[in-house]
Design a protein around this ligand. Structure first.
Ligand code: SAM
Length: 296
């Protein structure tokens, strides 16, 4: 069995993903890029008097941002412990009366009145593990049945890319090719970029949602080395500006996934990378399907 065989890792990757311990919520609150991007996007999109629905509100912070803009917010959370934390935190703000907390599964939730904006952050890099697509899909079905049309979603769109890399998995002489996260804004001395990243998926939340995340792409090697991992890049376009260029984006931390079969590559060589998984799948599903091969 190869040391990077995904079946070795599978049992350790499979803890229920959408039950997020409170210490991870604290990390999300301390993630400056995430917080600033959402705050800016909510300030851009939400206007006083609007009705906002926040699916998977967690600690309630995005509902707080929306209420601070003058919106009336319905915040939905399924986990009882997290729900209690949100209730206590929101009660300490001056916007407590503007936010109605609903203890429910967001897949079954339809608001009483139409919403102007639906915020949903149940995101994991690669659209893996968490149920963003499933939850928004089910919400859209219920919402359309009741109201006909759809509200604006925040995030509005998603772009995903993949990059072939050489990852140094050896620590003090000890090699463990396990998946890992990387700060997208930090220098990564353990990662050598073997080729430029390429987009493998893009979609709008208001359109039909993807049932699969898949790549089958050819890359030209720009640096010789051992192609032993892929880097997954997920950029969430939180708000696309109508009157100014660009969008307010949240670039998530990268995900490095080791390849079961590494490949020696030389500069200028064409290589093909492929993988497929479904949104919400565990990391090992992607790893099991990921292949790199030289194009002859
Ligand atoms: C990644 S956290 C983000 C929390 C919050 N949106 C934020 O940005 O800080 C996702 C939250 O969605 C909740 N969640 C996951 N699945 C859910 C579902 N089906 N219905 C309601 N809440 C759900 C989780 O319990 C968790 O609190």
């Amino acid at each position: 069995m190869s040391i990077s065989d995904p079946s070795l890792l599978a049992p350790h990757l499979g803890a229920p993903a959408d039950v997020i311990p409170i210490q991870y919520h604290a990390q999300m609150l301390a993630d400056e890029h995430r917080m600033t991007s959402f705050e800016e996007a909510i300030n851009e999109v939400v206007k006083p008097g609007m009705r906002v629905v926040d699916l998977g509100t967690g600690t309630g912070v995005l509902s707080y941002f929306a209420a601070r803009r003058g919106a009336t917010v319905t915040a939905v959370e399924r986990e009882p412990g997290v729900f209690a934390v949100a209730r206590a935190a929101l009660a300490h703000t001056e916007y407590r009366d503007a936010v109605q907390l609903v203890h429910a599964d967001a897949r079954d939730f339809v608001p009483e009145e139409p919403a102007d904006v639906v915020v949903c952050e149940m995101l994991h890099v690669g659209l893996l593990r968490e149920r963003q697509i499933e939850v928004i899909g089910a919400f859209k079905d219920g919402y359309r049945k009741r109201f006909g049309s759809l509200p604006r979603f925040l995030p509005e769109a998603c772009v995903q890319a993949v990059q072939p890399v050489q990852q140094d998995f050896t620590y003090h002489g000890y090699t463990v090719p396990a998946p890992q996260f990387q700060d997208a804004f930090a220098v990564q001395p353990r990662t050598l970029e073997v080729a430029e990243p390429q987009v493998f998926q893009q979609f709008f939340y208001g359109d039909d949602l993807p049932t699969e995340c898949a790549a089958d792409l050819e890359f030209e090697v720009s640096r010789a080395g051992t192609l032993n991992a892929i880097r997954i890049v997920t950029k969430n376009l939180l708000a696309i500006r109508a009157q100014q260029p660009g969008s307010i984006d949240w670039l998530m931390g990268y995900l490095i996934l080791p390849l079961a079969v590494p490949l020696q590559v030389v500069e200028g060589q064409p290589v093909r990378l492929s993988f497929h998984y479904q949104p919400g799948d565990e990391l090992d599903v992607t790893m099991r399907s990921a292949r790199a091969e030289v194009v002859r």
